[in-house]
Design a protein around this ligand. Structure first.
Ligand code: GDP
Ligand code: GDP
Length: 435
């Protein structure tokens, strides 16, 4: 599982600065799930090839009296979600009462934390850190977030405490298509999960258990193995207790990362909202197979339906490779069809592509529509081979490939997609110069 690191501390100690340092290394999803997480920001970061999630909590006022109530809110949930808490303090200001209160609070919650003494640039680090030993922490790091000093070394030792990524549940012997059901609260995820499993011919193998993470459910349908990654927490079958789980962004991010195919559930009654777009952006960035499910299609007037179709077409152009289904999880309408799209997306995402085939398609595309001239010389694209699966990566070799315009990349992507019949998955193209 991907480790989750929360940044806490009073205002101005440098949490956002550190957050930006950690997440800027790649095009991080910096999710602004307005309304859901007013005070938290989520980002994905990487140390080498190892991904982790950072949460920036902004909600602690530093007001000693108010700290419990402040902490009880949004920030507390971030802390609960985290595997490790980085507690930031300011080297220049030294220890203050708010830091002490926060340390006490973390200790009460029984949450292991690391003390991070920030802003050690231009100060005597030993002297600055000695001030904070009275907080009684075992591990302390001295960093300058704004200069990136000490930051990688710190993350390295924090991540070293977590065992390297294990195989996903069900992955070893099951080898099913891992399907994550994600979406905002109340769009109908639980209802859909129940429907997907309640379908005739579905054989559920294991009893789902609740964990802080998503529930993994292995099942079989028409001889195909699947693992459903349920972020909503479905009604458990044996003890009919309703497992009401809070919407958790960390859970959602992890589920997406762990899936082959994501079903993004949206609510037709509400139309496309900003959070849907954020989630979609993340699914695309993560390179996962994608199926869009517009739920609650029942009871929608026909003019409203037209409007919704139009909205989807207009605003989701960048995801037009994904199949869209208009469903009613409540009544079961259209739910069975999702499987066809899931299977197709998975097939496309994991298809083996030969150098021969890819080069032939490239040649055809170049013949029909040659790349432009740059400085009087034509860009030459020679051959293509597969660079990876899920999502499919096509590596193209040639000359001046760094100058290939974005519009031409899009053109090639479109041709590869069409010729290879790739659906439901992003296709990535990478250019290399030389042989
Ligand atoms: P937050 O409120 O905890 O998120 O704090 P910010 O990240 O907004 O930082 C507060 C101020 O401290 C900003 O003016 C930053 O530029 C500054 N700051 C953050 N990290 C460092 C650092 O390592 N050294 C110095 N000198 N200033 C820093
Ligand atoms: P979740 O928070 O995304 O897991 O959403 P739930 O599955 O708990 O559903 C939220 C609410 O929407 C419940 O009251 C459901 O009965 C209702 N709902 C779910 N699917 C549909 C649907 O297809 N049509 C209608 N009309 N209501 C639905």
């Amino acid at each position: 599982m991907i480790p989750v690191i929360a940044l806490v501390g009073r205002p101005n100690v440098g949490k956002s600065t550190l957050f930006n340092q950690l997440t800027r290394s790649r095009d991080a999803l910096v999710a602004d799930f307005a309304g859901l997480t007013r005070d938290r920001k989520y980002g994905e970061a990487r140390l080498g090839s190892r991904p982790y999630v950072v949460i920036d909590t902004g909600g602690i006022s530093g007001d000693e009296d108010g700290i419990d109530s402040q902490m009880a809110g949004q920030s507390l949930q971030a802390i609960e979600e985290a595997d490790a808490v980085l507690f930031l303090v300011d080297a220049r200001e030294g220890l203050n009462a708010a830091d002490e209160a926060l340390a006490r609070h973390l200790r009460q919650r029984n949450k292991a934390f690391y003390l991070v003494v920030n802003k050690i640039d231009g100060v005597d680090a030993d002297l600055a850190t000695s001030d904070f030993y009275s907080l009684g922490v075992e591990q302390m790091f001295a960093i300058a977030a704004s200069h990136g000093r000490g930051v990688s070394a710190m993350i390295e030792s924090v991540l070293a405490q977590f065992p390297p990524q294990e195989a996903e549940p069900g992955a070893d012997d099951w080898q099913g298509i891992r399907v994550a059901v994600v979406g905002r609260p109340n769009v109908g995820k639980s209802t859909l999960v129940n429907r997907l499993l309640g379908e005739e011919r579905v054989v559920v193998y294991d009893e789902p258990g609740t964990t802080r993470d998503s529930i993994y459910i292995d099942f079989e349908r028409n001889d195909q193995h699947y693992t459903l990654i349920d972020t909503a927490g479905i009604r458990r079958r044996k003890n009919v207790r309703l497992v009401v789980e809070k919407f958790s962004i960390v859970k959602t991010l992890k589920a997406v990362d762990d899936a082959h195919v994501v079903i993004l559930v949206m609510d037709a009654h509400e139309g496309l909202v900003e959070q849907d777009m954020h989630l979609l952006g993340h699914c695309i960035e993560a390179g996962r197979g994608l199926v869009l499910a517009v739920n609650k299609w029942d009871g929608i007037e026909s003019d409203q339906r037209d409007w919704m179709r139009h909205e989807l077409q207009r605003r989701l152009q960048f995801a037009d490779y994904a199949d869209t289904h208009f469903i009613s999880a409540l009544h079961g309408t259209g739910v069975g069809h999702l499987y066809k799209s899931i299977d197709a997306a998975h097939r496309s995402a994991t298809r083996k592509l030969s150098t021969n085939q890819l080069t032939r398609i490239l040649e055809g595309a170049v013949f029909d529509h040659p790349p432009p001239m740059v400085n009087g010389r034509r860009i030459k694209l020679r051959y293509a081979h597969a660079g990876g699966q899920n999502p499919p990566l096509i590596v193209i070799h040639g000359n001046q490939t760094g100058k290939v315009p974005v519009s031409y990349q899009r053109y090639l992507e479109k041709i590869f997609r069409r010729e290879l019949d790739l659906v439901g998955t992003p296709v990535r193209i990478e250019f290399r110069t030389g042989e």
